[in-house]
Design a protein around this ligand. Sequence first.
Ligand code: C2E
Ligand code: CA
Ligand code: CA
Ligand code: CA
Length: 279
Amino acid sequence: TKESGRNHYQFYNPQMGVEIAENFTLENQLHQAVKNGEMILHYQPQINIKTGQVYGLEALIRWKSPQLGLIKPGKFIPLAEKTGLILPMGEWVLKTACQQNKKWQQMGLPPVIISVNLSAQQLQQPNLIETVENTLESVGLDPKWLELEVTESMLMKNITIAKKTLQELREMGVYISMDDFGTGYSSLGYLKKFPFDTLKIDQSFVKELNQSSQDLHIISAIMTLSRGFNLRVIAEGVENQEQLKLLKELNCEEMQGYLFSRPLSSEDVLKYLIGFQKQ
Ligand code: C2E
Ligand code: CA
Ligand code: CA
Ligand code: CA
């Protein structure tokens, strides 16, 4: 009914009612969680296997709920998107990730690029550029240490706005990465339309690499394309030595996955980076 609030929930059948009720309480909890500072970031290292260096860290949000435990983003990002909560949440992620990266630099660690996932709604915000600019300035982080990850479906929503925004961000000196590359409908056309620096090969192509000659051919084609477009390529979801070996043979130099490290808390990143330095 109209009175049930700004989400305009309508109860069509009892089963749906149950789902809606669950979502509604989750929505309330999520609101509180953001307010109470229950969101945390984990960071997953991105390795260049040729140089043996950590060149980046991807910031991945988690909800540390006192009642429910550690909750992965798949469980609450869709709801945050639907309710608009993704906007304050996204700003918090950007700021926290940049601050953390600055902190590591001030500790004297070798500088790395911090990768932040954008959401569809953030990309449609006219003030995104200003938000990024202000955040970098207030934190004192050079734009070249920030990368923003977008997916194809986010770009599709409004191609004109997305293109203009990404171009301006890039002019600012921020890197732009296409996440989950190869899974959308127009990935190839988008390479021409949008100013990417990096392609992230979707995990689905890496997963069965040792059994699938098709995946091998797809990744090989992506590598060829990337050279033509002068793009960096990173393979996601690398879990075992076989995958590593095959990716190496395909001349893919940058990788992210459980084989190297799971996403880590900021404290564990510190240990990881210091350990890496000593090697
Ligand atoms: P994504 O951007 O594609 O992130 C990669 C996901 O793969 C992460 O899941 C990561 O933990 C997982 N992963 C990394 N290495 C491996 C591996 O070797 N094997 C397997 N099986 N998985 C691996 P996570 O952290 O649960 O995040 C899921 C999705 O939630 C992300 O997918 C991203 O779309 C979204 N997300 C995460 N953090 C944020 C955020 O701060 N903002 C927004 N808008 N979305 C976020
Ligand atoms: Ca990502
Ligand atoms: Ca991805
Ligand atoms: Ca994904």
